[in-house]
Design a protein. Structure first.
Ligand code: NAD
Length: 321
């Protein structure tokens, strides 16, 4: 198919992938959208269904069910293919199944001559983003994981509810593994420029233990949703659409993504969730926050857990740089 404009190729049109495609179309973010799935009928059916929404979309989008050759001219390849968590399963439990799938997907993409940006959402996302970087041979700034973008959104939503403020006016990050060892950065959490810790100090109705419950609900949100409906997808789909817009429109937006560390935060040779400036070139720069000692320790623990998972595959060393 001739190249008409900004092209996104989506690999994996399951719950997350098809919700992401729907979000892209609704927001008019890309000019071309190619759908690939090992279940070809599903991808084809999704392309048909999405095309029927075109008369209602804010701008024209060319959507088709394609194959790996379509990656040659892609600006962005988004991978949401692979197994998802079953009840009681952690994200790290998925690593063996999904690593194999990634080896074959990334090699197919690269065979096409692809030279754009990868965006990975499949879990365990930090590990599979590292694997995508290794398998592709692309510069690390052009391989991005969705990291803690969703956890950060959940955090802002719950803080917004608690303080009765629009979630978009809450500035607060979840960093580290997208998983059980992630951490909240309370030392840099603010609402309209006023520190959350100050709200707690000044007003009796707000309590430290409530903040701890908020974080626990963020960290365990996927378990709570999976128990109820089997999978989570709308939140991550909107997060991926947000990231896609930041990339294709060269926004230089600060988003919490899984980014490659090369000494930042005292760690190297790892992909992990941190705030980063995202633009048309991928990750322009990592925003290095001055963490408290307790936050540094938790972040190091999270990095060590991820390195221990990467080690059998890529020989990563579990010590900070
Ligand atoms: N990063 C996040 O914040 C986040 C949030 C939610 C889910 N996820 C992850 O996203 C992934 C997808 O979840 P889901 O609920 O959409 O799962 P799903 O089972 O609904 O979809 C997965 C899709 O991948 C396809 N697939 C499998 N192997 C493939 C291959 N080799 N090539 C092409 N397609 C292949 C399947 O046919 C299926 O359509 C999971 O790993 C899940 O844990 C991540």
């Amino acid at each position: 198919m001739a190249h008409l404009g900004k092209r996104v190729v989506l690999i994996g049109t399951g719950f997350v992938g098809s919700s992401y495609a729907f979000a892209l179309l609704n927001q008019g973010i890309t000019e071309e959208l190619v759908l690939i799935d090992v279940n070809q009928e599903k991808a084809e059916g999704d392309a048909m269904d999405l095309n029927h929404g075109l008369p209602f979309s804010p701008s024209p989008t060319k959507i088709w069910f394609g194959d790996y050759r379509d990656c040659e001219n892609a600006d962005l390849v988004v991978i949401t293919a692979g197994a998802n968590q079953k009840p009681e399963e952690t994200r790290l439990d998925l690593v063996h199944k999904n690593m194999k799938i990634f080896e074959s997907i990334v090699s197919e993409v690269m065979k096409s001559g692809f030279n754009g940006i990868f965006l990975v959402a499949t879990n365990p996302v930090d590990v599979l983003t590292y694997a995508t970087w290794k398998f592709s041979g692309l510069p690390h700034e052009r391989v991005i994981g969705s990291g803690t973008i969703l956890d950060t959104a959940r955090f802002r939503y719950l803080l917004g509810q608690y303080f009765r403020v629009d979630a978009r006016n809450v500035h607060a990050y979840i960093i580290g593994e997208h998983g059980d060892t992630e951490l909240p950065v309370w030392s840099h959490a603010d609402i309209g420029g006023k520190a959350v810790t100050e709200f707690i100090r000044e007003r009796k109705q707000y309590k430290q233990e409530d903040l701890e419950t908020i974080f626990a609900n963020v960290r365990d949100a996927a378990y709570h949703i999976i128990e109820r409906k089997g999978a989570t997808y709308y939140g991550i789909a909107m997060g991926l659409a947000r990231l896609t817009k930041a990339i294709l429109q060269n926004e230089n937006s600060v988003l919490t993504v899984s980014a490659y560390l090369n000494g930042e935060y005292g760690h190297a040779d790892i992909y992990i969730g941190v705030p980063a400036i995202v633009n048309r070139g991928g990750i322009r720069e990592i925003v290095e926050l001055k963490l408290s000692e307790a936050e540094k320790e938790k972040f190091s623990h999270s990095a060590t857990v991820l390195k221990n998972v990467l080690n059998p595959f890529f020989g990563n060393k579990a010590h900070p740089s």
